[in-house]
Design a protein around this ligand. Structure first.
Ligand code: NAI
Ligand code: UGA
Length: 435
């Protein structure tokens, strides 16, 4: 099948690569000329391990190409994916202007029946609104063309994007006609997974409910971690114990310094804003969001208390991205931690394998190092913000000889507390007793 994918960000590029790997011919469109030019030279606009090589091969075989020419692709393709961004507006609601712009263009340029698939994360009810917009454009042209509007939310994780797109745990398809259902079955026929067909509105809700539920799971553990510390329990043992119950499951129970990234904070805000607009506040999700907003600060208060004073102390920050295996720093807890340390007049030395260049643009005056050991040399305290392998693999036994004071604050509970104690560190985790 010939497929158009409009918007070549994380989701658009990954979707394009996965569909091309499944044998389809994919035309990926973006209005950003520089991005398109680079993608045609197989240069990804983001870091995703292993994807560039696959991209190169598909571009070479002409199974995947990138262009700015939307009209041409609308003509050539039977299925049009919308994968543009839906960032937060100041009131928390999702900005739909990119999705709407693309929808209007599709309505203006399509000349025959198309299947139009919204893959961007959009508020519940957007599918119906976009359908009307396209119908209005078509009515103006009085051509009597029909189309199907589908919601096919994306559940990929950054860092595992291609794996998740090729081997998803489920595919959710919200659609209203048998014809659209058949097209989607044909499109995904080589992906062996469970497919759930729903209404458009249910598919939209499933996406927000999934992210809100996962965010709530994390915030539940983060809130519990504060309590565990008070009463002498260890939240990592608690997570292990409750995770053994298959009704709870072991994933997303890791307490830390809060969730970040381009999606959980944005989608939770959008859901909350929509719910309060509908006069049905979602109190549990509200609480999850509040806990997340304060978790990094709560952790930094512990750092400050242990060091007594942060002024003029040399603090090494290990990890800047919102999680390992990505260069994404959107809503990363590291940014809150840097702000806190700057306000408290500490000197910061920072290391990250992939995210440094992005953070440099926001904080050009910090000291950035190219290895973790350089960052911790002479430090009064080390803060682990992102559990990159490069950071876990530090020779901690010998590293104690190069730090100025042996304080390690592990914001991800990623190191073994008793081993760190054996090495002579004063080790402080999240929701555990200090050692
Ligand atoms: N990043 C992620 O891991 C995931 C993101 N999502 C959702 O997918 C959507 C896209 O997310 P990302 O790929 O991260 O966004 P992004 O911001 O990385 O990429 C969006 C792309 O759309 C392009 N674009 C915007 N308006 C356009 C137009 N009128 N014509 C052509 N191109 C246009 C932009 O230039 C940009 O390249 C969002 O709704 C997001 O919530 C869903 C699951 C995972
Ligand atoms: O809608 C989206 O964009 C995507 O959002 C998340 O994916 P992603 O943001 O890439 O990252 P996650 O692996 O979910 O991690 C999000 C944040 O939660 C934190 N986290 C995760 C798990 C955990 O147990 N504890 C915890 O603090 C991570 O450190 C990270 O900051 C979801 O996992 C995807 O299914 C979804 O498609």
């Amino acid at each position: 099948m010939n497929i158009a994918v409009i918007g070549t960000g994380y989701v658009g590029t990954t979707t394009s690569v996965a569909l091309a790997m499944n044998g389809h011919t994919v035309f990926a469109i973006d209005h950003d000329h520089e991005k398109v030019e680079k993608l045609n030279r197989s240069i990804l606009p983001f870091y995703e391990d292993g994807m560039e090589e696959v991209l190169k091969n598909l571009v070479f075989k002409r199974k995947l190409s990138f262009t700015n020419n939307l009209n041409d692709c609308i003509d050539k393709c039977s299925i049009l994916f919308i994968t543009v961004g839906t960032p937060s507006l100041p009131d928390g609601l999702a900005d739909l202007s990119f999705v709407e712009e693309v929808a209007r263009k599709i309505g203006r340029f399509m000349n025959e029946y198309k299947v139009i698939v919204i893959k961007s994360t959009v508020p519940v009810g957007t599918g119906a609104k976009i359908k009307k917009m396209i119908e209005n454009e078509l009515n103006k042209r009085k051509l009597g063309i029909t189309f199907d509007l589908i919601s096919n939310p994306e559940f990929l994780r950054e860092g595992k994007a291609l794996h998740d797109a090729l081997f998803p745990e489920r595919i959710v398809i919200g659609c209203e006609t048998e014809r659209a259902q058949q097209s989607m079955k044909e499109l995904y026929k080589d992906i062996n997974t469970q497919v759930l067909f729903t209404t458009v509105i249910d598919a939209e809700m499933i996406k927000y409910a999934s992210n809100a539920f996962l965010a709530t799971k994390i915030s539940f553990m983060n809130e519990l971690s504060r309590f565990c510390e008070k009463i002498g329990a260890d939240v990592t043992a608690v997570a292990k114990g409750i995770g053994m119950d298959s009704r709870i499951g072991p994933q997303f129970l890791q307490a830390g310094i809060g969730y970040g990234g381009s999606c959980f904070p944005k989608d939770v805000s959008a859901l909350l804003a929509l719910a309060s607009k509908e006069n049905t506040p979602l109190q549990i999700v509200q609480a999850a969001s509040k806990i997340n907003e304060t978790q990094a600060e709560w952790f930094m208060e512990k750092v400050k208390k242990a060091l007594r004073n942060l002024s003029e102390k040399r603090i090494a920050i290990l990890g800047l991205t919102f999680k390992p295996q990505t260069d994404d720093i959107r809503e990363a807890p590291s940014l809150k931690i840097i702000d806190y340390l700057i306000q408290n007049k500490a000197f910061i030395t920072a290391y990250d394998p992939k995210g440094t260049e992005h953070v440099k643009k926001i904080y050009p005056d910090l000291c950035y190092t190219s290895t973790p050991l350089e960052a911790i040399k002479g430090a009064d305290a080390v803060i682990i913000v992102t559990e990159w392998k490069e950071i876990m693999d530090i020779d901690w036994k010998n590293a104690i000889n190069i730090v100025s004071s042996p304080f390690v604050f592990d914001g991800r509970n990623a190191l073994d507390a008793s081993t760190m104690k054996e090495f002579g560190y004063h080790y402080v985790g999240v929701g555990r007793q200090d050692s």
